[in-house]
Design a binder for this molecule. Structure first.
Ligand code: NAP
Ligand code: HSE
Length: 435
């Protein structure tokens, strides 16, 4: 018997807010794989209305112009629309439109990390009150299923840490700078053209996008949300090709890492560039790929990896949520979000966080600068793990790596070094990944 003959299809009408990079991916999957999805789920997914800003804009996908609208109520208040997908970006009007959809008893799927990281608690509460779903798998690490596993497969796990590479744009830039010696600006422009970057790419390169994703990961991993303002955040703007090259000589790769780790006194939550040992699983995560390590008490270490941004991988994560929300809708089982955004965690101040450090200093030739560096470090109880002296025609560079030390103590040593006359300037300070 032909399988299609047995399928009783129920229509699920979708309202899309946005038809940019991600929206186009979602539209393509829903339409180009419509028959496949129907066979797989017994549901017929139909895009019903699509909110855009500019009706005349040339689109990456062929869409019936009759579906497009600039009136948000045509989506969030449309009586026939069952599910709303928000892929606009930014806090407003996304927040108000999602709230309106939830109030109209429509489940919502969003890819918006900025919104969930800042207003997740309120939106979760609203979804709970309205008895509908709010899903956001695509908000973290593009196509990689990570929020689902954290909430379901790892529901019984005591998670000790979640960390890794969660921004595709910066990983794309750092990989090209490392492997092709290309310029930062050139590669950023390419990442933008490929649809990886945020509307304002400062969010990527300054680490804000990764910090938002870390806040969401921490909420779901530890059942406690963190205030985004408490997440330490440093981007890749100051990373120089020279440091990438020196790191490589020392056996490291420079990556932008996001780290959330449970400690006795609170939670570490931080985003910054880090020297990652060349043999570490994160060192091999290249280009637009992301890699997230989850460490659990019973399960040990898990690595989730795949495309962290881009039209089709992110579209895949959104469509996964659409199918899950539609199944709940059909089964009458909506509105059971987890605990993630109920309780707030204490985030440790950065001074209390332990790291080892890579330092590049310019010193006066023929002085006691090296001895002074060694003395200041040793007086603070910090071991010098490596020291290289590079003598150029006009300057002497010291490249060193320290033992693990609390950031507060290291920063005091750094001030003492900066006050020394023989030390002309500190050119780079990069933390090293401590496993
Ligand atoms: P995008 O390409 O800039 O698309 C945004 C879409 O929303 C456009 O279609 C735009 O309309 C529409 N839009 C924006 N503001 C609007 C407004 N005020 N009224 C009506 N329409 C409006 O953005 P994107 O890259 O798809 O990202 C969308 C969301 O997904 C963001 O939250 C982003 O962080 C998240 N995300 C992106 C990726 C990625 O790889 N790009 C991956 C994961 C998550 P017009 O087309 O008419 O301008
Ligand atoms: N701008 C984001 C990134 C998109 O580069 O990772 C995916 O969230």
């Amino acid at each position: 018997v032909d399988r299609e003959e047995k399928i009783v299809l129920q229509e699920i009408k979708i309202g899309l807010l946005g038809l940019g990079t991600v929206g186009s991916g979602v539209y393509r999957i829903l339409t180009e794989r419509q028959k496949f999805l129907a066979q797989k789920t017994g549901l017929n997914f139909i895009p019903k209305r699509i909110l855009v800003r500019d009706l005349g804009r040339k689109r990456a996908v062929a869409v019936d112009p009759g579906l497009l609208t600039t009136d948000p109520t045509q989506v969030v208040a449309h009586p026939e629309i069952d599910l709303v997908v928000e892929v606009l970006g930014g806090v407003e009007p996304a927040r108000s439109l999602i709230a309106a959809a939830l109030q109209a008893k429509k489940s919502v799927i969003t890819a918006n990390k900025e919104l969930i990281a800042t207003h997740g608690a309120q939106l979760y509460q609203l979804a709970r009150e309205q008895g509908v779903d709010l899903f956001f798998e695509a908000s973290v690490a593009g196509g990689i299923p990570i929020l689902g596993p954290l909430q379901h497969s790892l529901a019984g796990e005591d998670i000790e840490a979640v960390y890794g590479i969660v921004n595709g744009t910066t990983n794309y830039i750092l990989t090209a700078m490392t492997e092709q010696a290309r310029s930062y600006a050139d590669v950023l422009a390419e990442a933008q053209a490929l649809g990886y970057a945020e509307a304002d790419p400062t969010a990527d390169v300054a680490g804000h996008d990764a910090a938002r994703k870390l806040a969401i990961l921490a909420a779901l991993a530890f059942d406690q949300y963190v205030d985004l303002d408490d997440v330490y955040c440093e981007g890749i703007e100051k990373i120089k090709p020279a440091d990438i090259a020196f790191a490589s000589q020392l056996g490291y790769v420079v990556k932008l890492v996001a780290i959330a780790r449970k400690k006795a006194a609170g939670l570490e939550a931080r985003v910054h560039p880090a020297l990652v040992p060349a043999g570490h699983p994160l060192a091999g995560i290249k280009g637009v790929f992301n890699g997230i390590i989850v460490e659990g008490w019973a399960v040990g270490s898990l690595l989730f990896t795949g495309a962290g941004a881009g039209q089709m991988p992110t579209g895949s994560a959104v469509v996964g949520d659409i199918v899950a929300a539609a199944k709940n809708y059909v089964a009458g089982q909506r509105g059971k979000p987890g605990l993630g955004f109920v309780k707030k965690s204490r985030v440790l101040p950065m001074e209390e966080v332990e790291n080892s450090y890579y330092l590049r200093l310019q010193v006066e030739a023929g002085t006691m600068a090296v001895a002074k560096v060694v003395r200041h470090l040793s007086e603070a109880g910090v071991e010098l793990k490596t020291l290289e002296i590079c003598k150029g025609n006009e300057q002497v560079d010291l490249i060193l790596k320290t033992s693990t030390v609390k950031e507060g103590i290291f920063m005091q040593v750094l001030s003492l070094l900066q006050a020394e006359r023989d030390i002309k300037q500190v050119d780079a300070v990069i933390r090293c990944l401590v496993e």
